[in-house]
Every structure is written in structure tokens, then in C-alpha cells.
Design a binder for this molecule. Structure first.
Ligand SMILES: [Zn+2]
Length: 259
């Protein structure tokens, strides 16, 4: 199986924009009792419906909470999620709610990691293992746009990580990881029938299968780029060196067109 990373194209042909947020979200975690971090991640489960959860209204306001309250809400949500779902502070659930403007291309990546498909393009993607969620928009565009549920699953290969990467916090799971300069997938962590997903350890990466990439290319011009992402170590790969004591905290990734 081949895979591609989905990124926004620097040249935009389409004017579609979205102002929306998830209907529900776990609170962020304030002062974790394990690592003392206050943090919130970016994982999302658009297809997880919490309408039947009596306490769902407690998940409508974005805010940080201390561990006891955070973990209480986490355990309320867990039965509504797929078995073994990776959950972290700030995880969003349910459809996007808000407003959309402009003209939409066949496939659009918004807010880094939400993948939207125009309604008339969905038949071209038929037969793929995809779940669609319809955003709740005040004035939906015509044709409408659907969001593809990008389940957080799969990982980067452990060898790509910085050798001095923090061990994940035993309480909250925060790993403080930066995206490695060179990375590839841990193929064994990805179920074979998966066509679109995010990574649990690099949640801003959106990955699609090769067969899905072919269909997207059949749809014509979209404001996205599809960049191959490997499943084996590149032949010239040098193991990452530890950061120096002063620690450079930001990794700037170049677009493939600059390489
Ligand atoms: Zn922690």
C-alpha cells in the first residue's frame, strides 16, 4: 500500500472558507499532575455523536480543567468512541458547526486537518472506506460540502523521532514531540483497508491511501497537494541528532516545491 500526505496548495483556485468549530470537545488539561503541563491537542472524531450523552452540554465550552474534572468527562465520552480510540485533552467530537462562504473545490483541507469533499465529488470516491459527516452550516454552499472522518490511527516509524524525545507523560500521554525533519509511516500500525486518517503521534498530518489519491487526482483541480509518504526507512537516512542544550523548539518544514 502506498500513502500520500495531504497539504494545502500555496496557489488557491477556490474561494471557499469555513468558520466553524466542533460541536463538542474535551476540555484542555490544566496543570497535569504528572508533567504539570497545561495543554490541549488537535485530535478530532467528527463521526462520534454525543447527542445521547446526558452530560454533552458540559463539552460545549472550550476551557482547561484540572485532572479530576478532565478525567471524569473523558470516561463519560469513552463509551461513545470506537474501541481503543486515542483520546487526549481538547479532542473534538461531532460535526463542524458554523458558516461557510465562497466557491468550493472538489477536495479542500481546512484548519490544517479537516478534509472536505464537495457533494458532487463524492461519487468519484465511492468504494473507498470513507465516512462522511455533514457540517451544520447556517447557509450551506451549493453543492454542499461533507467532511471526511479522519480517524486518528497509525503512527510514524519510531526511528524518525528525535533521539532525546521526551517519554510520554504516564498520566496524560503528552509527548512534547516535534515533527521530525524526515519521517515515514509505521506501516504495521495502519489497518490495510484504511483510506483516510490522521496519525496519533503527529496529528496535524492528514494521510490518504494511494487508491484514494488516484481518485482525488481524477476530480481535477483542488487546492491541495498530495506528497508521497514512505513506509520504509529512506536509503540515505541519518538518525536525528539530539537537540543541543539550548534546544531549538521549532521545526520548519519546507514545501516539496522548494526542495
Ligand atoms: Zn501529563
Amino acid at each position: 500500500m502506498t500513502y500520500y500526505e495531504v497539504q494545502s496548495s500555496p496557489a488557491s483556485r477556490w474561494s471557499g472558507t469555513l468558520r466553524a468549530k466542533r460541536r463538542w470537545a474535551l476540555p484542555g488539561l490544566e496543570d497535569c499532575p504528572g508533567c504539570h503541563a497545561t495543554w490541549s491537542g488537535v485530535l478530532e472524531y467528527p463521526a462520534v455523536d454525543l447527542s445521547d450523552l446526558p452530560e454533552a452540554h458540559e463539552l460545549e465550552e472550550v476551557r482547561p480543567e484540572h485532572w479530576p474534572e478532565y478525567s471524569r468527562l473523558l470516561e463519560l465520552v469513552r463509551p461513545y468512541c470506537p474501541p481503543g480510540a486515542h483520546l487526549e485533552p481538547g479532542t473534538g467530537f461531532g460535526p463542524l458547526v458554523g458558516s461557510a462562504r465562497g466557491k468550493w473545490g472538489p477536495v479542500t483541507l481546512v484548519d490544517i486537518a479537516s478534509l472536505l469533499v464537495r457533494e458532487d465529488a463524492i461519487h468519484t470516491l465511492s468504494g473507498l472506506n470513507l465516512t462522511y459527516v455533514w457540517p451544520q452550516l447556517r447557509r450551506p454552499p451549493s453543492p454542499r460540502i461533507a467532511e471526511i472522518h479522519l480517524a486518528p490511527l497509525g503512527r510514524l516509524a519510531p526511528e524518525c523521532s528525535q533521539s532525546d524525545q521526551e517519554t510520554p507523560c504516564a498520566v496524560c500521554g503528552r509527548d512534547g514531540g516535534l515533527l521530525p525533519q524526515h519521517y515515514w509511516l509505521d506501516a504495521a500500525s495502519i489497518p490495510a483497508d484504511t483510506d483516510a486518517f490522521r496519525l496519533t503521534d503527529a496529528a496535524t498530518l492528514v494521510i490518504v491511501s494511494g487508491r484514494m489519491a488516484d481518485r482525488i487526482n481524477d476530480l481535477g483541480d483542488s487546492d491541495i497537494m498530495l506528497t508521497p509518504i514512505g513506509t520504509t526507512k529512506p536509503p540515505n537516512f541519518q538518525p536525528p541528532k539530539p537537540l543541543n542544550a539550548d534546544g531549538v523548539g521549532i521545526v520548519i518544514r519546507r514545501a516539496p516545491s522548494d526542495i
